[in-house]
Design a protein around this ligand. Structure first.
Ligand SMILES: Cc1cc2nc3c(=O)[nH]c(=O)nc-3n(C[C@H](O)[C@H](O)[C@H](O)COP(=O)(O)OP(=O)(O)OC[C@H]3O[C@@H](n4cnc5c(N)ncnc54)[C@H](O)[C@@H]3O)c2cc1C
Ligand code: SF4
Ligand code: SF4
Length: 433
């Protein structure tokens, strides 16, 4: 089968993660990533005239085959002892010592603090990060940061997905030492691409993976904005996290209005239009990254909400060296987490067990045509209640595609009526009036 047909099949069967790696790696520039307005996700478009069927895009694509056992053996020489965390050397709770930075980041500010430390000590020439687009202020945009200022500007989680790995193109084009930050699917694709591209293997010195339960689509963002009565066209700036922990959504509009909403209040609204492939993703903790970072959702830590901490999983010696040096130089504070607490913090059940149930559900009901990825990794067995959960999950996702049903569903949810919104007016410089 022609290679461009294989990639088209990944899209046709809803297996594309929208990572953008195929676009970056294509030597003929035959692939572009375009926003599919119906699904609210970015998908590849292949120009069959430009494509020379070299097969690179298919070989590096993480959508149809999640070959984690093979990649684990290549990276760490073995499959993980604990398949729920992935291979690792040590787990920590940690945070950036710089209070202002920590306050403006997603959890403990660890990613931004460590990237800044790498720049400061001349260990890297660039870092693949995801900030907000200067052209379309509500949309995120990935790029290669070349300075500490650019890294700080890109801090914070962007909950509406963007094809992050298209920025790999610059790493392929320009010699240098790079760090990359991505979601588990981005890191998976980068690992596959490194096996085929000596340039990526040599130039990417460190990979930082974020924990991820699910990405959100543009349709999820549109539902949230409708609820807040904000038109996307009027958005001047948008931040999903920051302002303490777990943080607030902050939107500034062209009318000078500033809208703040707590993370926990707005986030459920964005979940009603999850990308289908996210529902079939098994990697919660960025198992293939050198270092993984997430929110420290331990119940005893939630009581201290206000100052964020991150869960950090150090997976190899290179990452351990960086982590220890940054702590020694007073950039971060860290304390060890035992395996039990690590598991409590990561909450891997929603992927390792729920995925088994969702795969069984999609296979049995041929939901969305029944296309499922080939997962070559250990998953937990599901229970009957997990199957019921899968039925409920896909039921709600299908219903919410219809505007009337979505509005009814939202109205039935207490959260919809009581969502606390702080509104104020700001000057053009962003100060309160
Ligand atoms: C879509 C998404 C889902 C997540 N789900 C979970 C979860 O279920 N559980 C959990 O514990 N943590 C989750 N996280 C991770 C968490 O939100 C924080 O990113 C993490 O704790 C690191 O915090 P920090 O303060 O160290 O990061 P910061 O210092 O604020 O830096 C964040 C870095 O992430 C990069 N980034 C932001 N958004 C994206 C994106 N969409 N794609 C690629 N790179 C990006 C930025 O470039 C920045 O460098 C998720 C993050 C995202 C983006
Ligand atoms: S490489 Fe990424 S964007 Fe391209 S088809 Fe595969 S999953 Fe989709
Ligand atoms: S759930 Fe999986 S596929 Fe979706 S954004 Fe997160 S890592 Fe990527």
């Amino acid at each position: 089968m022609l290679m461009n047909t294989l990639i088209k099949n990944v899209v046709k069967h809803d297996l594309c993660l929208g990572c953008g790696t195929c676009m970056a790696i294509c030597p003929k520039n035959a692939i572009s990533m375009e926003l599919d307005e119906c699904q609210g996700v970015f998908l590849p478009k292949v120009d069959s005239n430009a494509c020379n069927n070299c097969d690179l895009c298919w070989v590096i694509c993480p959508g149809a085959v999640a070959d984690y056992d093979t990649l684990n053996r290549i990276l760490w020489g073995r499959v993980p002892d604990n398949h729920r965390i992935g291979h690792y050397l040590a787990g920590y709770k940690a945070y950036a010592i710089n209070d202002e930075l920590r306050h403006n980041c997603s959890s403990g500010g660890m990613v931004t603090a460590l990237l800044s430390y790498l720049f400061e000590n001349n260990h890297i020439d660039g870092a693949l990060v995801t900030g907000m687009s200067p052209e379309i202020p509500w949309q995120s945009k990935s790029f290669i940061a070349r300075s500490i200022d650019e890294v700080i500007n890109a801090a914070g989680s962007k909950h509406c997905l963007f094809p992050t790995n298209i920025a790999l193109r610059e790493i392929l084009d320009k010699e240098g030492r790079y760090a990359v930050v991505g979601l588990p699917c981005h890191i998976h694709a980068i690992r596959k691409a490194q096996l085929k591209s000596p340039k990526l293997k040599k130039r990417i010195k460190l990979s930082f993976g974020l924990l991820c339960a699910s990405g959100r689509s543009v349709n999820g963002l549109k539902t949230l904005m409708r609820r807040l009565d904000i038109s996307l066209d009027s958005v001047l700036s948008l931040k999903y996290r920051g302002n303490g922990w777990p943080g607030k959504l902050e939107v500034i509009t062209s009318d000078g209005e500033k809208v703040l909403v707590d993370y926990k209040s707005y986030y459920p609204l964005m979940c009603l239009h999850d990308p289908h492939r996210c529902s079939l993703c098994h990697d919660k903790s960025s198992e293939l990254a050198d270092l993984s970072f997430g929110d420290l959702w331990l119940p005893e830590e939630r009581k201290n909400a206000g100052s964020g901490k991150s869960i950090c999983i150090v997976r190899n010696e290179k990452a351990a060296l960086l982590f220890n040096a940054a702590a020694r130089d007073g950039v971060i504070s860290k304390s060890p987490l035992n395996e039990k607490d690590l598991l409590r913090a990561i909450q891997p059940d929603n992927k390792k067990r729920m995925l088994s149930a969702r795969l069984a559900f999609c296979r049995a009901t041929r939901y969305k045509g029944g296309g499922i990825p080939k997962i070559m990794a250990t998953l937990d067995d599901y229970t009957f209640s997990d199957l019921l959960n899968a039925l409920k999950y896909y039921g709600v996702q299908s219903l919410c595609k219809r505007r009337l049903a979505l509005n009814l569903y939202l109205r039935c949810k207490l959260k919809y009526r009581r969502i606390p919104i702080e509104r104020s007016f700001v000057s053009s410089a962003g100060e309160k009036i």
